[in-house]
Design a protein around this ligand. Structure first.
Ligand SMILES: [Zn+2]
Length: 344
């Protein structure tokens, strides 16, 4: 399977591949109109061809030109909606607008406002732009449930960082800042892979991020327990609050960084990269992020980050399109070979 490609089995058992479009115009050429979007939904629901949900008859359905969102069974004449179970159900907005919107939201656009969004999609009504954006965002703030790590050949890096907030008048304070703890899978690319551009070949797998009240053992061990599979080797900077994770069934690897940035950079490069990307993205959000909304933003960042190799999956997930695809797994793309954490 090639990087950046999405494979699905089209009607008639043909395999089709689409590269994920790099720009909105490219995306719009792929899904130019209602019919193209409806055809995509049909292939997603019935990768091997339409089967009537009522009478279970397989075979090409009737298509009604004036109602592209509906397929009619040739045998029992029952209409089946293509948007059932998706975020587009019960809306009158063109499917193509929903598709383009999900493309914009799943690809990047830090802190895109409803106004910018309205302009990009050429919508006349601000309220419509707002509603679409709101519904798609709701799909991103659902946190991923499964825990990271758990593979014998990879470890997890965990650390904390202060985010956001301006310190007014007070020097070196952490006032108005929010403490965020994160865990990320550290993986290695196959040295022979064409993707292995970095010499170290190290890259970040899935991430989990959470707002915590403090750096206490209760907060940090609680996060690890919630976010990381037991049995995983967990690299930390040696902060004492992580000592309790051994009792919780983890394999701790504390690195005595003692505030030395070079040591912590050598052992915790992936989580620091995640923190840095996350802060850059948060800075792009115009009005700053208050503590009460921080977790929602972290979830949005996590959603995109964890799907960055599979943009079509992110796009489909936002629209609520399920089934019919062969989602590549990390192991399809990379061979995860265990290496002991070592400085670069
Ligand atoms: Zn039928």
């Amino acid at each position: 399977m090639e990087y950046g490609k999405h494979v699905h089995v089209a009607a008639g058992h043909q395999r089709q591949e689409h590269s994920y479009p790099r720009s909105l115009p490219e995306f719009q050429r792929l899904f130019p109109d209602e019919a193209a979007c409806a055809a995509y939904l049909e292939r997603s629901h019935w990768p091997t061809g339409f089967v009537c949900p009522r009478c279970k008859t397989a075979g090409d359905p009737f298509r009604i030109a004036s109602r592209p969102r509906v397929l009619r069974c040739r045998k029992c004449r029952r209409d089946t909606g293509l948007t059932v179970g998706t975020v587009m159900k019960d809306t009158h907005m063109p499917l193509s607008i929903w598709f383009w919107a999900a493309y914009l939201v799943s690809s990047q656009t830090p802190g895109i406002s409803a106004v910018q969004f309205q302009r990009q999609l050429g919508l006349t009504c601000y309220e419509t732009a707002f509603q679409i954006l709101h519904k798609l965002r709701a799909g991103m703030v659902r946190p991923d449930q499964d825990r990271v790590g758990g593979l014998p050949n990879e470890h997890v890096e965990a650390d904390e960082t202060w985010v956001g907030g301006r310190t007014r008048g007070e020097d070196r304070g952490v006032h108005n800042k929010v403490l965020v703890v994160g865990a990320v899978e550290a993986r290695w690319r196959d040295p022979d892979s064409p993707l292995n551009k970095r010499k170290a070949g190290r890259y970040a797998g899935r991430v989990r991020l959470a707002v915590v009240p403090d750096r206490s053992a209760k907060s940090l061990c609680g996060f690890i327990e919630h976010a990381v599979e037991p049995g995983t080797l967990v690299v930390t900077d040696g902060w004492e609050s992580y000592n309790g994770i051994k009792k919780l069934g983890y394999d701790p690897y504390p690195v005595a960084a003692r505030g030395d940035p070079e040591i912590s950079e050598a052992y915790l490069p992936m989580i620091h990269l995640v923190f840095s990307n996350m802060k850059t993205w948060l800075r792009g959000i115009h009005h700053g992020v208050s503590e009460q909304h921080m977790q929602a933003y972290l979830n949005e960042f996590t959603f995109r980050f964890n799907r960055r190799f599979y943009p079509f999956n992110a796009f489909r997930s936002l629209l609520g399109i399920a089934g019919g695809t062969e989602a590549p797994t990390y192991s399809d793309l990379y061979s995860g070979r265990w290496k002991h954490p070592t400085p670069r």
